[in-house]
Design a protein around this ligand. Structure first.
Ligand code: PGA
Length: 263
């Protein structure tokens, strides 16, 4: 299996004005002083800041991602943004199917699938989110829900080279509550198995499965080194350079994330 470099992506959600670019500059400075080459680093600001963020991050390896896209490349869709537009503004990836979009906008697996295909068409990496709600978890439906979401949301063209899966239990997002490392490991193993069945084992070689939900500097080392975890999608704690850098720091000096030696 290809060696995977972990990815830590900061999802700013609907947060960030021009003044927030100062956090990106601060992150850049921290990384210049003490780089973390072991991890791939991405920031997903609101689309309004993408172009400015691109300039703020010039000369760094920090990648830019967007938070959503429309399935079509252009057209009469007031207020929407195509994957091509996001690429043009500097994004190299786009999050699709985040639970907040699934719940706020009624996004279905089929729509998420179409958005994933749009990402590929524009040359973007699709970061496809899946995760069960608290009720589904309580009803013992977690694996069925994840299986169903993967089957519906992941385009058949998905490969390790163009896709990242983020496992984000909805009950863990923004709540401060997280699954145990063992539970995360079990879910990630399950996701990998399902993807292998859906897409083919060779096709998912190198595909990264991120954990997301209340990752912070205090729990990052425990969560990011859970079995089969290839990085994190970080919400609230990605808004400040200090916390985001502290999370990245768990990789410092450790080669290869989940496959690396334990500290
Ligand atoms: P959180 O959000 O880290 O604030 O829980 C994670 C996410 O929704 O991507």
């Amino acid at each position: 299996m290809a060696r995977k470099r972990p990815l830590v992506a900061g999802n700013w959600k609907m947060n960030g004005l021009g003044a927030s670019l100062a956090e990106l500059k601060a992150l850049k400075q921290r990384l210049e002083k003490t780089p973390v080459p072991e991890a791939e680093i991405m920031v997903c600001p609101p689309a309004t800041l993408l172009a400015q963020a691109r300039w703020a991050l010039t000369g760094t390896d920090i990648l830019l991602g967007a938070q959503d896209c429309h399935p079509l490349p252009s057209g009469a869709h007031t207020g929407d943004l195509s994957a091509e537009m996001l690429a043009d503004a500097g994004a190299s990836a786009v999050i699709v199917g985040h639970s907040e979009r699934r719940s706020d906008h009624g996004e279905t697996d089929a729509l998420v699938n179409a958005k994933g295909k749009a990402a590929f068409r524009a040359g973007l990496t699709a970061i496809i989110c899946v995760g069960e709600t608290e009720k589904q978890r309580g009803d013992g439906e977690t694996l069925d829900i994840i299986r169903h979401q993967l089957a519906g949301s992941v385009p058949k063209e998905a490969r390790g080279s163009n896709t990242v899966i983020a496992y984000e239990p909805v009950w863990a997002i923004g709540s401060g509550v997280t699954p145990t490392p063992a539970d995360i490991g079990e879910l990630h193993g399950f996701i990998r198995g399902e993807l292998g069945r859906l897409l083919g084992k060779a096709e998912i070689d190198g595909l990264r499965v991120l954990y997301g939900g209340s990752v912070n500097p205090g729990n990052a080392s425990e969560l990011l080194f859970a079995p089969d975890v290839d990085g994190a999608l970080v919400g609230g704690a990605s808004l400040t350079a200090r916390d985001f850098y502290a999370i990245l720091g768990v990789y410092a000096g450790r080669a290869g994330g989940s496959s690396g030696p334990k500290r």
